[in-house]
Write a new protein. Structure first.
Length: 438
């Protein structure tokens, strides 16, 4: 077979896949359309643009996000390698300067001798002759979306996603805010609210004017990324237990406020901050009006308003096998959020897994599924499990792991150690089968 792979989409998953394959002497054509046509959330021409948050979530090996990043490091992840280089203060989270991250990653991909960048709006998949990885993300172009439906049938699914506003640091009133962090590993800017201020803010929030959704778009918010106003309309308690939780965010007097809005550093220069958990679908003038009622943000300058957009993903359990390969079109693979994984690291890691399977396919080798004792293996099993009746976007979590003896163990790092050991054994077998040196 011709050792050339077409990858459509230079996002996190596409870049991870391209990097893995190219490092294993596979010629890659990486297609990206954003220099010609940008979707509603893209701002730059760089690859792997972080359009929602600027964090890859917790680094703790006690939770799924931290374990998945450890697995990705072991699999030589480009995304994690670059993120480590661009790290900024983010408490226990791996937070990055998003522009620096995308620029560095783009430079690596563009300068790899085995990767050719093609700026083109792909509208047709040659599923008979080309070995193709579709990693176009949740905002796939309409033209390609139609051709994907030809490949897989009209089983499209979608949910609504949203991003949070970003404000300038110099517009924050530091007489009213303070620095704190829940895990004592870093500092966020905290805007405290007493009970009256909180209730007034919520009233303003739920009565603010929103961008009108079409009828078929209503009530399909993804639970992991619901707009702040939707949470407020559901229950004030959701805010106090979620994005406005004051737990362990003590002020200068060692007191815990009634509620807190956290601001997280968004760039290396420490000039921009994003509103943590404040994804929104409010109209832009309303965002300014409502968010400027928060103590300390009365004169906040918003440089990027929150936006909502519709995200597409395929019905993976009915379409893909564990290799992320289309069951009835063996030359076509999928990776990233379009498969139903949700989140930066989930998308990126799926690109690595798809690339491993493409390499095996090229060399006519058979490999086993990743063990379900690993986060990546369990997540892949979730989105490709034929027993899943109604696929919902899934972030990594410990609940999907296979952990038979966890509750018989006193090791608080049981999940991590189990993942590490099983992944190490799997990689050893993989290297023997594929002749790789992962």
């Amino acid at each position: 077979m011709n050792k050339k792979v077409k990858i459509i989409g230079a996002g996190l998953a596409g870049c991870e896949a391209a990097y893995f394959l190219a490092n294993n002497n596979i010629q890659v054509e990486l297609y990206e359309v954003k220099t010609l046509i940008k979707n509603e959330v893209q701002k730059t021409n760089n690859f792997a643009e972080l359009v929602c948050s600027n964090t890859f979530r917790s680094q703790s090996l006690l939770n799924a996000a931290g374990i998945l990043k450890a697995e990705m490091r072991r699999l030589n992840s480009l995304v994690i390698k670059i993120a480590d280089c661009c790290k900024i203060d983010g408490d226990d989270a791996l937070a990055v300067d998003r522009e620096d991250f995308s620029k560095r990653l783009t430079d690596v991909i563009k300068n790899h001798p085995n990767i050719t960048i093609i700026e083109q709006n792909v509208s047709h998949i040659n599923d008979e002759n080309d070995l193709t990885l579709i990693a176009t993300g949740p905002l796939t172009t309409n033209e390609l979306k139609e051709d994907i439906q030809r490949l897989i049938g009209k089983q499209k699914l979608f949910f609504m996603d949203a991003s949070a506003p970003i404000i300038t640091k110099d517009s924050i009133d530091f007489n009213k805010v303070y620095y704190s962090g829940r895990h004592k590993l870093g500092k966020y800017i905290c805007c405290p609210l007493n009970e009256q201020e909180f209730n007034e803010f919520v009233d303003n929030l739920i009565n603010a004017e929103q961008v009108q959704l079409k009828e078929f778009e209503k009530s399909i918010f993804f639970k992991g990324c619901q707009p702040i106003e939707q949470l407020a309309k559901t229950s004030k308690k959701l805010l106090l237990k979620g994005p406005m939780s004051p737990n362990n965010l003590l002020d200068q007097n060692n007191q815990q406020p009634y509620a807190v809005v956290q601001l997280r550093q968004d760039d290396v220069k420490d000039s921009l901050y994003n509103m943590v958990g404040f994804q929104t679908n409010l109209k832009w003038p309303e965002q300014k009006r409502v968010f400027q009622t928060i103590p300390g943000l009365e004169k906040a300058k918003i440089v990027r308003y929150g936006v909502m957009h519709k995200n597409y993903y395929i019905n993976s359990p009915k379409i893909l096998n564990f290799k992320l390969q289309v069951m009835r079109k063996k030359n076509v693979f999928f990776a990233g959020q379009i498969t139903g994984v949700e989140g930066y690291i989930e998308s990126a890691s799926s690109g690595i897994w798809a690339a491993i399977n493409i390499l095996a396919f090229i060399n006519n080798k058979k490999i086993k599924p990743l063990p379900n004792t690993t986060i990546l293996g369990a997540l892949t099993n979730y989105i490709t499990n034929s027993k899943i009746y109604s696929l919902k976007p899934m972030k990594c979590n410990l609940g999907i792991l296979e952990q038979e003896n966890k509750y018989q163990s006193d090791d608080k790092f049981y999940s991590f150690n189990n993942s590490k050991n099983s992944l190490e054994e799997y990689i050893k077998q993989l290297n023997q089968i594929l002749g790789t040196s992962i």
